[in-house]
Write a protein that binds this ligand. Structure first.
Ligand SMILES: [Mg+2]
Length: 419
């Protein structure tokens, strides 16, 4: 069986974790520069807030209905996400992070997957205070659908739904619309409906797979097969790549100087940025880390910085500035560094991006320049064109008027407890 573990309204839950008195209030979290809604809790949903709604449209709800808006605090979300993944890695035989708040857990060999799920749910709540929903099914697509239903019928399921039983699978497939299925977007579901008369997930599962491949593509065929319980989604490196890009390396010889460490990190950023562009994504968050070898006898040190970018970007120059600023901040003289790296995350695709009037302007001709850099490097070999290290940390600042403190990543922002 496969379990899909998904944090409920993740960004909102992360905000109320440190402000529990807001838990019953309607809450939304806005995208970079306070542009549009990227997360809403159940109470905000009831008020009628929709995903991607521009924040300026919410003024009346804020004034009259007590709706609370938070700016994206990606430092906080990423650090909580890291803890979420660490717990799952410990609890599940195999766990694959799929996005910032979702992970697929391979539960083959687990005797009672539902009992496992209830235990995982309570452990995650106990250790990091975040509520999760868990769907279980024989395939990734069915586990996604189970998790969707687990949340939809929260009162009955307690946010855990096990679809091991084929009779239950059929019941849910007959209930769910094709558009509720993972990977079937609004445009595709419209075509399926008008061209093949496919409305429900059950009809999609019953359609001729070969015809689906011919008329659409191989992914639709795979989805239909997955709905029938045949595993087609492989958990390879590629799947992970889409949501985070990691570039890191253990050094051949220990590094003890900041300029050399900067050069290494600059190389990681260059490679990661190129990968980011090749998949058409823009990153909102970058993490930089460096550490000594756990096997070395000398001084042990390791640190990381998670930094929100002022706007979603795929420009090597933007990413490099922020990464080097983070590196300078975490660097200490003395330790012999054995490994360093960067992680890009919180991706957006260009189509889904909301440009904000108040956002600092992106660099001019960024796309054109980066395209030329990538083209030359593709033809002449990696690293033919690279940036001189740019340590001049930019003055750009993101518009984040409703930002919560960095509770989990900064000593200065630790919450106070009074008793
Ligand atoms: Mg979620």
């Amino acid at each position: 069986m496969i379990g899909l573990v998904d944090i409920n309204a993740f960004y909102c839950s992360a905000e109320t974790l440190f402000k529990p008195w807001l838990r019953d209030r309607p809450i939304v979290v806005a995208s970079s520069n306070d542009g549009a809604v990227v997360s809403r809790n159940d109470q905000a949903k009831e008020l009628g807030v929709v995903m991607s709604q521009p924040v300026f449209e919410l003024r009346e709800m804020i004034e009259r209905k007590g709706l609370i808006v938070f700016s994206s605090n990606y430092e906080l979300y990423q650090s909580l996400s890291n803890r979420f993944m660490a717990i799952l890695t410990e609890l599940a035989p195999v766990a694959h992070g799929y996005s910032i708040d979702e992970a697929f857990c391979i539960l083959d060999g687990v005797p009672d997957p539902e009992a496992w799920a209830r235990h995982a749910q309570s452990e995650i709540l106990r250790r990091i205070g975040l509520p999760v929903g868990i769907g279980i099914g024989p395939t990734a697509t069915l586990s996604k659908l189970a998790s969707w239903a687990a949340k939809k019928f929260k009162a009955r399921t307690g946010c855990v739904l096990d679809l091991s039983d084929p009779a239950r699978q059929e019941k849910l497939l007959r209930y769910a619309k094709a558009s509720d299925v993972w990977g079937i977007g609004p445009r595709l579901s419209e075509r399926l409906s008008s061209e093949l008369g496919v409305q429900t997930a059950w009809q999609l599962a019953s359609a001729d797979p070969k015809a689906l491949r011919r008329q659409y593509n191989v992914n639709v065929e795979r989805t239909a097969r997955e709905l029938l319980g045949i595993r087609c989604v492989a958990f390879d490196v590629d799947a992970a790549k889409r949501q985070t890009i990691i570039c890191s390396r253990s050094f051949g010889t220990r590094i003890t100087s900041l300029p050399i460490l900067k050069e290494a990190v600059a190389g990681f950023v260059t490679n990661a940025a190129q990968k980011l562009r090749s998949q058409g994504s823009f990153a909102n968050c970058i993490q930089v880390f460096a550490r000594t070898s756990p096997f070395a006898s000398g001084l042990q040190y390791g640190a990381s910085r998670i930094i929100s970018l002022p706007f979603p970007t795929h420009d090597t120059r933007d990413l490099l500035q922020v990464a080097l600023a983070g590196l300078v901040d975490l660097y200490r003289d003395g330790p012999e560094y054995a490994k360093a790296g960067i992680v890009l995350s919180q991706f957006e695709q260009r189509v889904g991006m909301t440009n904000d009037l108040f956002a600092p302007p992106p660099r001019k001709n960024s796309d054109a320049l980066m395209a030329v850099v990538d083209l030359i490097n593709a033809k002449q070999g990696r690293g033919t064109v690279r940036l001189g290290r740019d340590t001049n940390v930019g003055q750009w600042k993101m518009r984040r008027d409703h930002l919560s403190p960095a509770y989990t990543t900064s000593w200065h922002a630790l919450p106070n407890v009074r008793c």
